[in-house]
Design a protein around this ligand. Structure first.
Ligand code: NZQ
Ligand code: ZN
Length: 389
């Protein structure tokens, strides 16, 4: 049964080969000053930077640069970006990069005119902006987070040992437009590419493994997962297979553009466990999720057995004949484990830099969610991290 909801996704997408031309339609809508935000320099090596700058100049923009947004952007970088945006009197923030750059652009957008400490306001108290915000546009170069079409922004505070995501409710925080050219993702190193693939899977599973009702969103998610498994297997062998890469890119956007969460409960505990690992090791986001997922799902499986059985049969084509529900469900998770190994994902947190001495910090940094099949106790969280080592 679908619960009540309001749905609005205001992000305009330009998808496919040559999608960057969409900038010519979008840029005239904003003022002259553009804060061009990007990461550690991949866009300079692969030529995307030159193309974006050419489009900005052709549209008469004054460009102010904010480079060096790191993976898992930090609160210190956010403060720096706020200063840059203020000095630039930015009319538009154009993010060119992956989820980190897009998330950071949104965080700067809500902070430029904020009179309080943005970390405290948005990432500790989870308040919505009460000040004027700056429009954000994205040119996506890494697939996975869905940040190109949602209101999410994740900021890391190493001093506080916290990595916190705020999903802004107000649709004016969503990117006004996003450019999605699958060919822009070809230069991703394999580690980043497959990490993004698992991030997509995790986003879908977080929303799928919740609730017991019959819900259209679950059927949509099964289709998305089947497409992802199929295309990721091709992409990992043939990184320049346009069909596979474009399908994965589109799946990533739908996995977390808020549609499939509507009218149902969602979990998000794997992301809380993964974000704790990220806060303490600064590891790559998708890999932190891969490393904790199987211990978590095997732990909660008895509490949501019917859904795990459905996952096995409808996503992984496990034959149910002559098997108990537990056997079917476990075979589904085993099939997922094989796929994860086939992609080359990191399957434990030790490889990401965690060790036993960090278990206490990891447990403390993990927020407990209430929408999944089991609300975890601190002891259970500790057990899951131990099994993830
Ligand atoms: O910095 P550069 O040099 O650009 O290199 C980046 C970075 O090192 C590189 N890269 C990106 N595109 C490339 C490329 N290298 C070569 N060719 C390209 N085309 O990839 C590295 C990782 O980039 P990053 O943006 O950090 O990856 P991702 O897209 O996975 O973003 C991760 C961040 O997003 C947050 C994560 O927590 C993490 O902080 N998330 C945001 C969400 C949201 N907004 O809804 C939800 C997610 O669950 C996630 O939490
Ligand atoms: Zn994620």
């Amino acid at each position: 049964m679908l619960g009540n909801f309001t749905y609005c996704n205001p992000t305009k997408l330009y998808f496919g080969k040559g999608a960057l031309d969409g900038l010519n339609a979008e840029l005239p809508k904003y003022g002259k000053n553009v804060l061009l935000v990007y990461g550690g320099g991949s866009i300079k090596k692969n030529g995307i930077y030159d193309k974006v700058v050419a489009a900005l100049k052709a549209n008469g923009k004054e460009i102010f640069e904010d480079a060096g947004v790191m993976p898992n952007p930090t609160v210190e970088k956010l403060y720096e970006g706020v200063e840059r945006a203020r000095r630039a009197k930015a009319d538009l923030i154009l993010a060119v990069g992956g989820g980190s750059v897009c998330d950071y652009a949104k965080a700067v957008s809500v902070s430029v005119n904020c009179e309080e400490d943005p970390w405290e306001k948005y990432f500790v108290r989870f308040e919505e902006p009460s000040c004027e915000t700056i429009p954000v546009g994205c040119v996506l170069t890494m697939v996975g987070t869905g940040s190109e079409m949602n209101g999410g922004s994740v900021i890391t505070n190493h001093k506080a040992k916290m990595k916190v995501g705020h999903v802004f409710a107000d649709e004016k925080i969503f990117p006004r437009f996003s450019v999605l050219d699958p060919e822009f993702t070809y230069t991703l190193p394999k580690y980043q590419m497959v990490s993004g693939f698992y991030d997509i899977m995790s986003h879908i599973m977080e929303q799928y493994f919740s609730g017991t009702d019959d819900n259209t969103s679950d059927y949509i998610m099964e289709g998305l997962m089947r497409s992802l498994v199929h295309s990721s297997r091709i992409a990992v062998k043939e990184p320049e297979n346009y069909e596979a890469r474009s399908n994965v890119m589109w799946t990533a956007t739908w996995a977390l553009n808020t549609l499939v969460a509507k009218g149902k409960d969602t979990d998000w505990e794997v992301h809380m466990l993964g974000q704790a690992v990220g806060a303490i090791t600064n590891a790559t986001h998708g890999m932190t999720l891969a490393a904790v997922s199987l211990p978590y799902y095997r732990h909660i499986m008895p509490y949501g057995l019917a859904k795990f059985k459905r996952f096995a049969v409808d996503v992984w084509d496990i034959s149910p004949a002559g098997k108990t529900d537990e056997q079917i469900a476990e075979e589904g998770l085993s099939a997922m484990e094989s796929w994860m190994k086939e992609l080359g994902l990191v399957m434990n947190i030790t490889e990401l830099g965690a060790d036993e001495s960090m278990l206490g910090d990891l447990v403390n940094a993990t927020l407990v969610m209430r929408g999944g099949y089991k609300v975890l106790t601190k002891e259970e969280i500790l057990q899951i991290f131990k099994e993830s080592l």
